[in-house]
Design a protein around this ligand. Structure first.
Ligand code: PLP
Length: 385
């Protein structure tokens, strides 16, 4: 007799447990220094923690309004205006989400129908493709060109057709740390002019840009802003990835549709955290100095591995650094990452896991959002390999 479990068919047959969970588990098993998953190992501001506790104690523990608390949406509108000169109406154009991951899913599920094509740049953050597929869409991939991992806009032009519904961009970029320039966004603006293409812009690392560059948010470009859904994350900004609090901003016609999916995914998100972040932002505690903070981490890490056989281009943004191991091994990225954990007790993420169909560029991604002590230990190991 066939058991019920044999009758279960997967909607995502090729999706396995996320590489981050796999590498973190391997790191634990082998007592390895874990630079695989993208989370900081330093503390959230005690002021912010105290604010969350205060709002919990004072009884702000029930459902928040579906789009998020108004004071938080107002603070987001103010921040977006100050930083990028773009105006969004807190009432109709900003929604607080359970992290950027849910913002991305809500945005994709609001617009992608069967057979709609979505252009995705690989290597890509792992949630984009499953979200597109679960909604019947067809991911169309374009590969970023190393070692700078730039978008090939001519290729994008060739991939665009009347089935193209959405283009997903991510700057600063996980896993490569590349950032889009103003010329990139002008190219995109030109390409989508007179089309119905929606842009999903994943800007979770907006404050982590290095070497004096400025973050090019799509909302700085009117021809992009009018058609863009911008996804952001407080987890990255406040070293609080576990709070899963983010938001999405978009013109009202787009946001109206996003709220329809958002409300049936989570309805609303964590109330005391929203109150706390709203007050924290209102008191002037934004992202101040975050870029310089992580730039110092990057520089420290790169200085410490100077003598190693790994090669690299200093990352332009995010808290990830790719290291190339071509001079050390010809193993695949997956095998080499396994070897690093098991034999050298250091965990990174093979960049091939950010591609849908096989790839090998001899790169491992390391997260440097760690204490100097951890980075020093990691670098000592890397220098011996
Ligand atoms: C590019 C990118 N987008 C989205 C997310 C998800 O953000 P959140 O933790 O707020 O869901 C991450 C987290 O690592 C990320 O790297």
């Amino acid at each position: 007799m066939i058991s019920f479990s044999d009758s279960v068919t997967s909607k995502l047959p090729n999706t396995a447990t996320s590489i981050f969970a796999v590498m973190s588990q391997l790191a634990n098993e082998h007592g390895a220094v874990n630079l695989s998953q993208g989370f900081p190992d330093f503390d959230v501001s005690p002021v912010l923690i105290e604010l969350v506790a205060k709002y919990m104690r004072e009884g702000y523990n029930q459902y928040a309004p579906m789009p998020g608390l108004l004071p938080l949406r107002e603070a987001i509108a103010e921040k977006t205006s100050e930083l990028y000169g773009a105006e969004y109406d807190p009432d109709t154009e900003i929604t607080v989400t359970a992290g950027a991951t849910q913002a991305i899913y809500a945005a994709i599920s609001a617009f992608i129908r069967d057979e709609d094509e979505v252009i995705i740049f690989e290597p890509a953050y792992d949630s984009y493709m499953p979200a597109v597929k679960l909604n019947g869409g067809v991911p169309i991939t374009s590969r970023l060109k190393g070692p700078e991992f730039k978008i090939d806009w001519d290729e994008v032009r060739r991939l665009m057709c009347n089935r193209t519904k959405m283009i997903i961009i991510n700057s600063p970029h996980n896993p490569t740390g590349s950032v889009l320039s103003s010329e990139d966004l002008l190219q995109l603006e030109k390409l989508v002019k007179n089309t119905n293409i929606i842009i999903l812009s994943d800007e979770v690392y907006e404050h982590i840009v290095f070497d004096g560059k400025r973050h090019e948010s799509v909302c700085r470009y009117p021809g992009l802003a009018e058609r863009s859904l911008i996804c952001c994350s407080f987890g990255k900004t406040f070293h609080a990835t576990g709070w899963k609090t983010g938001y999405i901003v978009a013109p009202s016609a787009l946001m109206k549709e996003v709220r329809k999916t958002h409300q049936f995914m989570v309805f609303c998100t964590n109330t005391p955290v929203q109150y706390a972040i709203a007050e924290f932002l209102k008191n002037g505690n934004g992202h101040g100095g975050l870029g310089l903070f992580f730039q110092a981490k990057r520089d420290f890490f790169l200085k410490e591995i100077e003598g190693s056989r790994f090669t690299f281009t200093p990352t332009a943004g995010t808290y990830f650094q790719l290291l190339n191991y071509e001079a050390i091994s010809d193993e695949t990225e997956m095998d080499f990452a396994g070897y690093l954990v098991k034999e050298h007790k250091i965990a990174g993420v093979p960049v091939s896991s950010f591609y849908n169909k096989g790839h090998n560029g001899n790169y491992i991604r390391f997260c440097f959002a760690k204490s100097e002590e951890t980075l020093k230990t990691a670098a000592e190991i890397l220098c011996k390999i």
